[in-house]
Design a protein. Sequence first.
Length: 428
Amino acid sequence: MTGQPVYIVDGTRTPFLKARGKPGPFTPVDLAVQCGRPLLARQPIPDDAIDLVILGCVNVIADEMNPARVAALRLGLPTDTVAFTTQINCGSGMQSIDTAYRYIRDGSHDVILAGGAEALSHSPLVLRDAAVEWYAGLARAEGPVAMAKHMKGLRPDFFKPVIGLERGLTDPITELDMGQTAEVLAHRFGITREDADAYAVESHHRLARAQRDGRLDGEVEPAFDRDGGVHDHDDGVRPDSDAAALGKLKPVFEKPYGKVTAGNASQITDGASWTLLASEAAVERYGLTPIARIADSDWAALDPSIMGLGPVLSATPVAQRNGLGVHDIDLWEINEAFAAQVLSCLSAWDDEAFCREVLGLDHAFGRIDRGKLNVDGGAISLGHPVGTSGNRIVLHLANAMKRHGASRGIATECIGGGQGGAMLLEAA
């Protein structure tokens, strides 16, 4: 790709905290500030050197409109620092990095703070349309008689709200829940329940090992809530997870024979992540030490009912453009929306007919070595704060590449609504 080199020089994230049926201790901006402060505090650059702040966030809460700007000011950045929020569902956190990458590559910016923040536990409860109309009519009623007449139309179900997150995870075009789209792929590629459960177990075990061995030290910063509580690790991990236990769970979306359960799907979670990107000139000026270079990126779109194949359609062109085959990529991060979805992507890449008919290749792209994929676990064990995950996988890929001495890595994700994003990193 033309333009000046763009580096990821640092990054942090909060622990990912599992939603437990009530609002968690942090809003999206709270989370962004919690991991943003230690990140900025350790940088050898002045605050006014940050040209722009970009934050991915899908479920923006009413008190934090344009959370990027709110977070930037709470982080103490100068008031003249421009900040904006991106929203492309599951790709929002990666979109923030991609937008920053293109600004720096094209020479208009030198240092950009790009992140993602999401607090799914704070997703709103929404009134039904009929209830909204009734309340609107009540507000228009003039005088006690009119109000009394209007009260006759009150129905008990007006007090039963719609769960906003449930609607948000349902595609408005196909009316399929995201889990149902994973079921479509499982059927198409012959993914069994046992396959999905085994993948989920592996995700939990890999994250547990990463936590135990200190592989996330420096990447995950503790978060402190207003009651003095300390949150210092991803709390959705189940180190003792096994296939027998997962096998007892019932399918959620396609009963009784579906493949997707609560145990082999990503968790509903709160969390934030930041990456700091810099130009080559800024790296030299401030004495920064890059952890990876962004080499390329791509976005793709497809039928929303098979949105889980987004990684295949976005990552393959990136590899092809750079003359790379499956064996040239040392590490992969594929966001684990659902085990069946990730396994379907692996099968699609290894399916000669699919690669020929859909990707335009002469042969199968090839099977990704599972030893190179999500080496420290993924969203099934970590959780999937929607606006954050794309940022986390890029940050973790950069750190894992440095730890493994890897030359190249690809981070990619499926995106609700039928899209996909991918980013190629190279050793700095």
